[in-house]
Design a protein around this ligand. Structure first.
Ligand code: TV7
Ligand code: CA
Ligand code: ZN
Length: 392
């Protein structure tokens, strides 16, 4: 049995909605909202819920979504009928808003799903603003590709942008960090013209081949003459097969420097779990330990923080990582047994019955590592040079 107690001296809130988990993108679609159920089952069976304030994420209102998204887009999103029902198709609008393709299908209950995802992240931001939480967790959020008037890459509503807009009401500077295997393009673009938000994305970069194709090392925000947001976008483009050791070194070198120069007053951390080894869409060799080390490093900075979900397409790996990262948030990572509790619902889904399977257990053969130490050092050097322009 576990005796997980509340962390000393600070508060963690956990924002989920079991209704969100019931939605389906379609039989073969990689995004499985059900991974949130699996995550919650681990969190609960380890007894972590007793150490946090738990909230059922409410649905965000139209007005709240409208803080970032356009009326015309929201109106169509709210009324477009599901694809598998008889309906009148407005092809022009669906093309314009990128709705109804294979990446962003119009599925039954889509608007509810989106507003619950955003509601959880907005609640998290409000708890941070009110100083009632020091870390707020929204695993149902992290949908970083959505644009003001366009769905993209499985994302329809950008809950992260909405949450950061909320944080900007009470904090002078917000640092956005994105460890999803994809580039955090929607969040980067939304804050392109402000020096109050710095965005840092680590991702696989191979334009033409890997989605979304943006986020090169030299892309640091539009360098127009009077743009205060210039130099406030940092991109760390990576190749296949990066390991825990390399990723941790890179993350700590870059985020350590960014913290010293930018001095954020709040952090928004997107923890997309598709950067883990064995992900259906990802290409890296990260283990739960390496992924979670990023969360731990941010936590130790002692700055109020929202933790978001994001990608993650092998549900058992997603649940393991997000449950362990929840443990880090409440500071019980040394107390929990790596062997998954017997009474965990859906325990059979977690092959190998441990939170930390080895790379060999996950993959058989690890992916070839195409990241040289030299290239990683050059990237840290480039970031150091960019940060010389950042002075608050
Ligand atoms: C945050 N990769 C989102 C990541 C979004 C990635 C893409 C798929 C995919 C979609 C499917 C599907 C798939 C096996 C994988 C150029 C295309 C190529 C659709 C087949 N299987 C996040 C988005 C990315 C949909 N999109 O960052 C239905 O892979 O590469 C593309 C675009 C056109 C569309 N086709 C893929 O993690 C949450 N999509 C199976 C069924
Ligand atoms: Ca990323
Ligand atoms: Zn992703």
């Amino acid at each position: 049995t576990y005796n997980i107690t509340r962390p000393k001296g600070y508060n963690v809130s956990f924002h989920t909605n079991p209704e969100m988990e019931k939605h389906h993108f379609g039989q073969t679609h990689p995004m499985k909202p059900w991974r949130l159920t699996l995550t919650k089952s681990l969190v609960t069976s380890y007894g972590m819920s007793f150490a946090m304030d738990n909230y059922v994420a409410r649905a965000a209102t139209y007005e709240e979504l409208n803080m970032f998204h356009s009326n015309d887009y929201l109106d169509y999103l709210g009324t477009a009928p599901a694809e598998d029902t008889p309906r009148d198709v407005d092809t022009d609008k669906e093309v314009k808003y990128n709705l109804g393709g294979s990446d962003c299908p119009l599925f039954y209950g889509l608007y509810d799903y989106c507003s619950m995802s955003a509601g959880g992240s907005l609640d998290a931001a409000r708890k941070i603003c009110a100083k009632q939480s020091d870390i707020a967790v929204s695993w149902g959020g992290g949908l970083h590709h959505a644009k003001r008037s366009e769905a993209s890459g499985f994302c329809y509503i950008n809950d992260i942008v909405l949450a950061i807009l909320q944080l900007l009401r009470c904090f002078p500077r917000v640092l956005y960090i994105d460890i999803d295997v994809h580039h955090g393009d929607g969040v980067e673009e939304a804050f392109f013209s402000t020096d109050r938000v710095m965005t840092v994305s680590f991702h696989k970069y191979q334009p033409e081949v890997f989605f979304p194709g943006t986020g090169g090392l030299e892309d640091n925000g539009p360098k127009s003459e009077h743009n205060p947001g210039a130099h406030h976008a940092i991109n760390v483009p990576l190749n296949d097969g990066i390991t825990d050791e390399q990723y941790e070194w890179l993350f700590q070198s870059i985020i350590g420097q960014v913290n010293e120069r930018f001095r954020p007053s709040a952090i928004a951390l997107q923890c997309g779990a598709d950067s883990l080894a064995g992900d259906r869409l990802g290409r890296f060799n990260l283990q739960v330990q390496g992924h979670a080390a990023c969360v731990n490093f941010c936590k130790k900075l002692g700055i109020p923080m929202i933790i978001f979900g994001g990608g993650g397409y092998t549900p058992r790996n997603v649940a393991r990582a997000w449950a362990f990262e929840t443990a880090i948030a409440i500071d019980c990572q040394d107390k929990i047994d790596p062997v998954i509790p017997m009474h965990t619902p859906w325990r059979d889904h977690f092959h190998h019955e441990t939170l930390f399977p080895t790379l060999e257990q996950i993959l058989g053969e690890p992916r070839a590592n195409k990241n040289t130490q030299k290239r990683l050092q050059d990237m840290v050097q480039h970031v150091t040079e960019q940060l010389r322009f950042v002075n608050f």
